[in-house]
Design a protein around this ligand. Structure first.
Ligand SMILES: *Cc1c(COP(=O)(O)O)cnc(C)c1O
Length: 360
């Protein structure tokens, strides 16, 4: 099997081996120590401040997004949402569900966010900004540093969903004044789905306590209290937390976040360069592409989702399809996970075969 998806993704053999082990009981000192080490490594790789706190939720990434909304905002807020695709739209849906007042900056699919797009929203009474690091549905990487300057000028609470961009694109949580950073196990982290992570600045910790949301499962102050001894309020996906630990230790040994980002950038560039010389009817979509994924406009004879089916059935290769109104037109090729250059050689070769047969 070969996957060019963006989550779940191909995993390192060491991470897979941990998946075959029994699951440890977790109310122990050893488990707590492992969790504290996970916290240390995630803070290090996100370039977070010393006083940042990390909580681990047993939920998919959307659960962590919802948890962030519940514990950060009330109907007194006015939130600015950057919506350039499915995940930006998810921020808007979450605000709507929880009756948080919001406005959206809507971007065309593939369009990046520029300073001029933010200008009309300067000093308009907003209290927060919600964005993705990489809008995974279109593969657009946003300039989080530029957005950070806007947030600082306007005193906005800054929430970044870095679920696919973590370890793929540069990220400096402390320098960029990010208050809540969201990660999930199955994307940039490249372990199985099941765990999502919130990194909380001191401001975010204080706000969660002040808001004191009435919910039980996504009660952040409860998670923060438990995490003081490396625990969670409820049974976590213990096995996945073990896999996260092994993966983070491997990254540390191999040169940390910078080395991992460089590896991913190199893979993305390799694929994009090779694609450009292959003359296939697949045209890059993103103005400012993330290293995590390349999104492609499918311009040939077969619709995007049909092509995904066909490539899987014929070659055993998973490309990454899209849903909604991008289903028939956009396909993606992921770069996160355990992939090598020779995997892209194979992909381009197989796509070339389809092209020659007049199918692509
Ligand atoms: C995958 C993803 C999510 C969350 O998806 P889940 O299916 O809930 O894990 C959120 N944001 C981004 C940017 C993503 O890529």
């Amino acid at each position: 099997m070969l996957e060019f998806t963006v989550g779940p993704v191909m995993m390192d053999p060491e991470v897979k081996a941990v998946g075959a082990e029994d699951i440890p009981y977790f109310r122990t000192l050893e488990f707590g120590e492992m969790m504290k080490d996970n916290e240390r490594l995630l803070k290090k790789f996100a370039y977070a401040s010393e006083d940042t706190k990390v909580v681990f939720l047993t939920a998919s990434g959307t659960g962590a997004m919802e948890c962030a909304i519940l514990n950060s905002f009330t109907s007194q807020d006015k939130v600015l949402v950057i919506n350039g695709g499915s995940f930006g739209e998810r921020w808007a849906l979450l605000c709507k569900s929880h009756h948080i007042p919001y406005e959206e900056i809507l971007l065309e699919h593939g369009q990046t966010l520029r300073e001029k797009d933010l200008m009309p929203y300067e000093h308009q009474g907003f209290t927060a900004l919600l964005i993705q690091g990489d809008e995974t549905s279109t593969g657009v990487r946003y300039d989080l540093k530029m957005v950070s300057a806007f947030c600082k000028r306007n005193h906005l609470y800054y929430v970044v969903d870095a679920i696919s961009s973590f370890l793929a694109d540069p990220l400096e949580m402390a320098n960029w004044g990010i208050d809540v950073l969201i990660l999930s196990s199955q994307k940039g982290l490249s372990v199985p789905p099941g765990i999502s992570v919130l990194l909380l600045s001191p401001k975010a910790q204080a706000r969660a306590k002040e808001i004191n949301t009435g919910v039980l499962y996504f009660n952040l102050p409860d998670y923060l209290l438990n995490m003081e001894r490396g625990q969670t309020p409820f049974t976590p996906a213990c096995g996945i937390l073990k896999q996260i630990h092994v993966r983070l230790l491997m990254i540390e040994k191999e040169g940390g976040a910078e080395a991992e980002i460089e590896r991913m950038a190199d893979l993305a560039l390799y694929f994009r360069t090779k694609l450009a010389t292959a003359h296939l009817p697949l045209i890059p979509l993103a103005e400012t592409p993330s290293n995590a994924v390349t999104s492609l406009k499918v311009m040939g004879h077969t619709k995007a989702h049909d092509l995904f089916d066909l490539v899987y059935k014929r070659f055993g290769i998973y490309l990454c399809p899209n849903g909604g109104n991008m289903k028939d037109t956009i396909l993606r090729v992921g770069h996160i996970g355990h992939l090598e250059k020779k995997d892209y050689d194979l992909l381009i070769k197989d796509l070339g075969i389809l092209n020659q047969e007049g199918i692509l």
